[in-house]
Design a protein around this ligand. Sequence first.
Ligand code: HAM
Length: 427
Amino acid sequence: MKITAIKGFSDIFPGAVETWQWVEEQARRVFAAYNFAEIRIPILEKTELFSRSIGETTDIVEKEMYTFEDRDSRSADTTDVTKLTLRPEGTAGVVRAYVESEMYKVEPVRKLYYMGPMFRRERPQKGRMRQFHQIGAEALGRGDPFIDAEVLLMLGDFFRAVGLETVALELNSLGCADCRPGYRRRLLEFLKTREAALCDNCRRRMERNPLRVLDCKEPGCRHQTKTAPSILDALCEPCREHFAVVKKLLSEAKVAYELNPRMVRGLDYYCRTTFEWTSEHLGSQSAVAAGGRYDGLVEELGGPPIPGVGFAMGVERLTMLLRMKDSGAPRGPSVYVVWIGEKARDWAFPVVHRLRREGLVAEMEGETRSMKSQMRRADKLGARAVLIVGDDELQKGQALLRDMASKQQQEIALAEIVAKLISGKAS
Ligand code: HAM
């Protein structure tokens, strides 16, 4: 019997993987310009890390984590067990690493980014996987609004670099420990007057987490909460000022945004600025990137009171959008060598080797095939140029170079081929 992959887990095959690599490269380039450095953190962490940071009552911690018991290697009798979890997100691990290594003692301001797989046992659907990939960034040690704007501008620059202009930024502020409890109370009072009309899920979670009701996708709940008090009217003065500066900096940088006071996010660590970049082309799972500020998290995980802000984007959703607009990494070899006759093959083999050494993507066959079949293959692979050599050409000391897009052909001297192809490498 065939063994299949686990539901919600996918392979990423050649053909798609090039876009992933290209996206990762663009992220590295853009993030480096903002002075972010890469951190690589474990995929497996103690369960407590996530329950404490993401929040005990969130969907992620309540229902979606891959958790198992492992014998505790520290204890001699090995009867103690430690609960371990496949990371459902990256922020908790980055903050744990920052606190554990005491990075902040040398320099509290750290700008870190990461990429890799995350795991959530959600119901798989378009744009929602059980193993998915994030590229995320966290700026630790700065509480000022300039860094919130910086992180958003960086993400905007990244979207521009990959050619995604259609994503829209939704912005909110969730206030802080001073102003959110008062808002929460008022919202709960409001929700109680409409309790009977809310969905089962919202009625159940209303007391524990009334803000999540605002985020419910049920039309009935959306209708009922239309006139709910807005968090943006409830912010304390410092939160209001902080948010005003973020908005001003975005406007000055010509980054368009829409305020969405209903956005509450599915993780509990947020305060103040929160955001989602969405695309209408993604269907119901419309967020391609999301994040916000989490000023209490470092302390919650045993560090000093150090603020933080960051985001993560979903690489599956991002590459899905890139595929839709047919952009992304250039595909196929830069040159495919079509050879006719053994002499031509023996000439071509070391030439292809030299081209590859120079960083060109070059390809050729090893077995005799008709010219037609080799041309078809070049086309199928998406080669940008084809170099045609036969024994006749060899005798004349020439080969034919065909540009596959323009269909133009030119003869070039064999001795000049490598130099000529390398000089056109960037094109
Ligand atoms: P999040 O909103 O849970 O935030 O996830 C960020 C992004 O990951 C989403 O916008 C989406 O693109 C992608 N994503 C999430 N779940 C799935 C899934 N099941 N399948 C496919 N893609 C998914 C966080 O994870 C926070 N750690 C972000 C953050 C960083 N906040 C501050 N710093």
